[in-house]
Ligand binder design. Structure first.
Ligand code: SF4
Ligand code: SF4
Length: 450
């Protein structure tokens, strides 16, 4: 069975919610929409205090090409245009809407009827990309890169295939798994739309073999789509990384940055994104909700919730039995790549794939010991880097050497830190180095332009 070639680890899967069907979260009393729910320029508010909005009303327009608009997920009144402390711990511009009822924009088709590509022969590539852009779709695996940008390859690059990331390799998370079991038909239409948008006749859906029910169902359903192949993959973290997935599925290796997947002919999208694209293009539904896994060993009623964007994480936690007494750490996302949340008083955003509560035993970190030069971190790194060296260079602020040793190629997967027997905080240090070096590279480029 296929997998990627370099490095990788096998953390405990802990997919506690794999058999929990998706359930609708309650409407919040107030929804808060950050203008920074995507990578790129922040969205620019187009509403003001006192405005009435419906579900699907445009709240903020894209702030540039690499940006995405934000739509209201609720109906009610804009109570303020202010700021909010988001999951990154940063205060960001935000729009607050007090919820009244649940009235939707009439343009949104809520019939739930399956619409196939053959039902809409008028859809061409340009129209599909325009609809995706206007719906504010971003990468829903957590990367939050505006989708329309990825579907518009730069000059000189040609897409050869679309690869759908359905591996969900992060422990604990099961939102994508449930989505495949409950919306396989819609996902396949979504994949066809992406393929049509980028003009390719080959599509792959990569699924790890710890989801045999999803592999079976998607394979059966894809029989009606001869151009789409479901590819079962060995379980190995971080197979959901774009470069690792491309290597696993089509055996091509993306060179070091600035090379990107399109340089080897691949366009990668998350399976949740494919579903959101289906809803946007076929039902005119902007990105206003998503599936989030709320989980943890001490959570009394964990589950997969379809929740409106802007809903406070505290409310989702309450719906899953409340914050356990032995909570040691709250994480937005999964345990490997997720970020610790300072509180549950943050709104759900387009990139919120999970809310993980680690109990105090799991959250305890052993004190770091000296490096024993075992090279386990080197063997684990899927990017072929030397994590112990990058971490040391970062702590000593040796930025030139960190750059020369390719710190910017780090995908922040945490495999090195996970595998280190000396419990060294490798990723924490490498992240600082990567951000600093990227800042240096950006300012060098800006200087060169002057
Ligand atoms: S976090 Fe970075 S350095 Fe560590 S294993 Fe992942 S890619 Fe390699
Ligand atoms: S895994 Fe840890 S102890 Fe081993 S070489 Fe890497 S940093 Fe050192």
């Amino acid at each position: 069975m296929k997998t990627f070639r370099i490095g990788g680890v096998h953390p405990a899967e802990n997919k506690l919610t794999a058999d929990k069907p998706i359930r609708d979260a309650m409407l919040p009393k107030q929804a808060v929409f950050s203008m920074f729910q995507h990578i790129g320029a922040p969205a620019k508010p187009v509403v003001k205090k006192g405005d009435k909005v419906k579900v699907g009303t445009l709240l903020a327009e894209a702030g540039g090409f690499v940006s995405a608009p934000v739509h209201s997920s609720v109906s009610g009144t804009v109570s303020k245009v202010d700021s909010v402390l988001d999951a990154s711990g940063t205060r960001r511009a935000a729009i607050y809407v007090d919820v009244e009822g649940d009235e939707w924009e009439e343009s949104v088709d809520r019939s739930g009827q399956l619409v196939r590509l053959s039902d809409r022969p008028e859809l061409d590539s340009k129209t599909i990309i325009e609809k995706i852009k206007n719906a504010g779709i971003v990468g829903m695996g957590g990367a939050t890169f505006p989708c329309h940008v990825k579907l518009s390859p730069p000059p000189g690059c040609k897409a050869e295939c679309v690869i759908i990331n359905a591996v969900e390799c992060e422990p604990y998370l099961t939102a994508d798994h449930r989505l495949m079991l409950e919306h396989a038909d819609e996902i396949l239409v979504g994949v066809s739309l992406i393929m049509k948008a980028v003009g390719v006749s080959r599509g792959y859906i990569g699924i790890e073999n710890n989801k045999p029910d999803a592999i079976k169902l998607m394979t059966e359903k894809s029989q009606a789509y001869p151009e789409i192949e479901v590819v079962p993959l060995q379980v190995k973290y971080p197979q959901g990384g774009e470069k690792q997935l491309i290597d696993a599925v089509i055996g091509r290796q993306v060179p070091a940055p600035p090379a990107i997947p399109i340089n080897v002919g691949a366009v990668v999208q998350n399976v949740g994104t494919a579903f959101a694209i289906y809803e946007a293009v076929m039902h005119n539904k902007p990105l206003i909700d998503r599936i989030i896994t709320v989980t943890g060993k001490s959570v009394s009623n964990p589950g997969n919730l379809r929740a409106r964007l802007g809903t406070p994480m505290q409310q989702l936690m309450d719906e899953c039995g409340g914050l356990p007494a032995d909570t040691g750490k709250i994480i937005g996302g999964g345990p490997m790549m997720g970020k610790a949340l300072l509180s549950l008083d943050v709104p759900m955003t387009k990139g919120s794939s999970g809310l993980l509560i680690m109990n105090s035993k799991e959250a305890r970190r052993s004190a770091p010991q000296p490096c024993i030069r075992c090279a386990k971190c080197v063997s684990a790194c899927p990017m072929g880097l030397e994590p112990y060296l990058l971490a040391t260079l970062s702590t000593h602020a040796e930025w030139e050497r960190a750059e020369a040793n390719d710190v910017v190629s780090c995908i922040e997967c945490g495999s090195c830190q996970f595998t280190c027997p000396s419990c060294r905080p490798l990723l924490d240090n490498i992240r600082v180095g990567k951000q600093t070096v990227m800042g240096i590279i950006r300012s060098r480029a800006a200087q060169a332009k002057k």
